[in-house]
Write a protein that binds this ligand. Structure first.
Ligand SMILES: Nc1ncnc2c1ncn2[C@@H]1O[C@H](COP(=O)(O)OP(=O)(O)OP(=O)(O)O)[C@@H](O)[C@H]1O
Length: 266
């Protein structure tokens, strides 16, 4: 195409093509979600640029998880629209279709296969929903092996390739899970509290990893650890009572009187 970018050609053919011609990968507009009359999201507007690393912060109950749930199709909004690039209407897709379209989500708790090696975990992630025994007994192509090696290097676990995933450290398990997401070639990665429970060294390594993934991916991180957010974020969005309270650099939002009031009052 002329003057724009189409991604996702390598994905299974059922996946819609991603049109990033306006350089915006995610549009959430006027999103509201109510639980028994309580508005968890209230006319939320959020735009994520292609390749950016965005941090979402906000006090408990601000709606961060609900927002991630809307993007991945787990929760359907009462009102609003959600677009992935210019043409993919997320509200018309099921959760698996959204994953196939190129949105990967990493939950706080790792969901790795502890009794398989690091390499096998990535192999299983590449195969998607095929039966475990079929995947592990099938021969992978050299191209697939190269791809796994490349992801192992990205997540810094090349020397742990033959180690059982259950014996990895907490931080290494988190990186492995990010690697498992990468095997699905997502364009947008949603990452929920990536450094909770990590050592300072693991936190630093995670910051490097997420920064290295941005550019080639768009990354949205929900995190409570402000030092970590400061270390990685270019733009920070503050959610409060289901809407965007402030958006800007970490310095801008930290000095915003509205943000100070919300956090001091929390
Ligand atoms: N399934 C549900 N049923 C009823 N209320 C819900 C449901 N899910 C979320 N809520 C409520 O919606 C509000 C927003 O919750 P959400 O989990 O999105 O906030 P959050 O910003 O992720 O908070 P935290 O930082 O504590 O994880 C909260 O008041 C929560 O109790």
């Amino acid at each position: 195409m002329i003057g724009g970018r189409f991604l996702g050609q390598n994905r299974r053919s059922a996946a819609p093509r991603l049109d990033l011609s306006h350089n915006i990968i995610l549009y959430l507009e006027g999103i509201s979600v109510s639980f028994d009359g309580f508005k968890a999201l209230n006319d939320l507007n959020l735009y994520i640029e292609a390749g950016e690393l965005r941090c979402i912060i906000g006090p408990n109950g601000a709606g961060k998880t609900t927002m991630m749930d809307v993007i991945t199709g787990k929760t359907r909004p009462d009102t609003g629209s959600a677009w992935f690039g210019q043409t993919v209407d997320l509200l018309s897709l099921s959760e698996p279709e959204i994953a196939t379209a190129g949105i990967g989500r990493k939950f706080q708790k790792p969901t790795i296969f502890p009794n398989h090696t690091t390499f096998e975990n990535l192999e299983l992630a590449m195969a998607g929903d095929k039966a475990v025994w079929k995947v592990l007994f099938a021969r992978i192509s050299s191209e697939q092996a190269d791809r796994i090696d490349s992801v192992l290097r990205t997540i810094g676990l090349s020397d742990k390739r033959n180690v059982l995933a259950g014996s990895l450290s907490h931080g290494q398990k988190q990186w492995l899970e990010i690697g498992m997401l990468l095997m699905q070639s997502p364009e947008l990665l949603l990452v929920d509290e990536p450094v909770a429970g990590m050592t300072p060294q693991e936190t630093e390594r995670t910051a490097e990893l997420l920064v290295s993934l941005s550019g080639t991916h768009s990354v949205v991180v929900v995190e409570h650890d402000m030092a970590f957010v400061r270390s990685i974020a270019r733009t920070v969005t503050v959610l409060h009572q289901g809407s965007v309270l402030a958006e800007g650099s970490m310095d801008q939002v930290q000095n915003d009187p509205k943000v100070i009031e919300v956090y001091l009052g929390d």
